[in-house]
Design a binder for this molecule. Structure first.
Ligand SMILES: C[S@@+](CC[C@H](N)C(=O)[O-])C[C@H]1O[C@@H](n2cnc3c(N)ncnc32)[C@H](O)[C@@H]1O
Length: 302
C-alpha cells in the first residue's frame, strides 16, 4: 500500500534506491526495507520528504502532524484507543506512540490507514490535504503531469521544447514532455541555467514561487529565449503579482485540466504564462490553444 507507492514515486523521480538513500540520509537497506513495507515511520517520512512528497489521506482530517490526524480520524470513526489497538493487533502504548509522536513501524501505520479507511495518498510537499482531496484514487498521485493534448497544442507552436527543467526522468522515451534536454530533481533544475525554449510544469509545493521567478529571470537575463509555464491560476499570490502579472502573456484555460492519468478534474484553475514571446507566438498560441482568456504583458497596448 504505502511501500509500493514509495517505490513508484522514487522510480518516477528517476532515482535508484541508493540515490534516494543518499538524498534522504538513510542507508540503502533502510530504503529497501521501506519499499518492502518494513522499517520505521520516521524513515518513511524522511524518504518521502526527499522526494518532495508528504503522506496524506483522502479521509484524513487536517492536523498538525500525522499521529494527531490519525487520532482525529479514530475519534470520528467512534473507536477508543483500546478498540483500535485490538483491531490493529498492537498494544495500547504502541498506538499512543503512533498518535502522539507519529512513531512506530511502517506496517502499523499501513494497517491503521487501512482499518480507519484513511485512503492514503502521496502529495507534493507543502500542499494541504483538502486542496488535493478527491484528486485521485491512486495511492501515488500522477495527476499533475501535463495533459498530453495540451502539450500537442504547444508543439504545434514551438515544436519540441529545448528544455524541460523539471522532469520526472531524463529517459526521453518515458518523459511526459518532448524536449531536447531534461533536468530532473537530481540535477536540480532550479540551480542550473536554462536555455532556448523552455517548458515547465513546476512542482506545485513550496518551491513553486522559485520556479516562476526563475522562469522570468532566465528570460530577462537572455539565457532562455522563451519560457512557458503551466501553473495554477492563483492570482492572489505574491509570485503571481511579482513574476507573472504584466511580465508574461497569460492564457487562462477554460475549465479544469485533467492532469496526466487523472480521472478527476484538477481542484484549481490553470493558466499558461509565457515570458519572452512575440506577436507571432501570441497569435499562434491563440489559434492552437483550447478556449482561453488571454491577458497580455502591456494592458494599455492590447
Ligand atoms: C508537476 S511535475 C511535471 C512533470 C513534467 N515536466 C510534466 O510536465 O508533466 C514536476 C516535476 O518536477 C520534478 N522536480 C522537482 N524538483 C525538481 C528540481 N529541483 N529540479 C528538477 N526537477 C524537479 C519532479 O520530479 C516532478 O516530476
Amino acid at each position: 500500500m504505502l511501500s509500493p507507492s514509495l517505490a513508484a514515486a522514487r522510480q518516477e523521480s528517476g532515482l535508484t534506491q541508493a540515490g534516494l538513500a543518499a538524498r534522504a540520509t538513510l542507508s540503502v537497506p533502510t530504503v529497501r526495507h521501506l519499499e518492502a513495507g518494513r522499517g520505521q515511520i520516521r524513515s518513511f517520512l524522511k524518504a518521502l520528504a526527499a522526494l518532495e512528497l508528504e503522506l496524506g489521506g483522502r479521509n484524513l482530517p487536517p492536523g498538525a502532524y500525522l499521529g494527531a490526524r490519525l487520532a482525529d480520524l479514530r475519534h470520528r470513526r467512534g473507536l477508543s484507543q483500546r478498540q483500535l489497538a485490538a483491531l490493529l493487533g498492537i498494544t495500547q502504548p504502541t498506538l499512543v506512540a503512533l498518535e502522539r509522536r507519529s512513531q512506530g513501524r511502517l506496517s502499523t501505520l499501513e494497517k491503521a490507514f487501512s482499518v480507519l479507511g484513511a485512503g492514503p495518498v502521496l502529495l507534493p510537499a507543502g500542499t494541504s490535504l483538502p486542496f488535493y482531496a478527491g484528486v485521485a484514487n491512486a495511492s501515488v498521485v500522477h495527476t499533475w503531469q501535463t495533459p498530453k493534448d495540451l502539450l500537442e497544442r504547444l508543439y504545434l507552436v514551438f515544436g519540441p521544447f529545448d528544455l524541460d527543467p523539471c522532469s520526472p526522468t531524463r529517459d526521453r522515451a518515458a518523459a511526459p514532455v518532448r524536449a531536447r534536454m531534461y533536468f530532473t530533481q537530481e540535477d536540480d533544475g532550479l540551480c542550473l541555467p536554462w536555455h532556448g525554449v523552455v517548458f515547465l510544469n513546476p512542482p506545485y509545493g513550496r518551491e513553486l514561487p522559485r520556479w516562476v521567478a526563475k522562469a522570468r529571470e532566465e528570460v530577462v537575463a537572455g539565457r532562455a529565449r522563451t519560457a512557458i509555464a503551466l501553473v495554477p491560476a492563483r492570482t492572489d499570490t505574491g509570485w503571481w503579482h511579482n513574476d507573472i502579472a504584466r511580465q508574461a502573456d497569460i492564457f487562462f484555460l477554460r475549465g479544469r485540466l485533467r492532469f496526466g492519468e487523472g480521472v478527476q478534474s484538477a481542484p484549481f484553475p490553470s493558466a499558461l504564462a509565457v515570458w519572452g514571446d512575440d506577436a507571432l507566438i501570441v497569435q499562434s498560441l491563440k489559434e492552437s490553444l483550447p478556449p482561453c482568456w488571454h491577458q497580455g504583458t502591456d494592458f494599455a497596448a492590447r
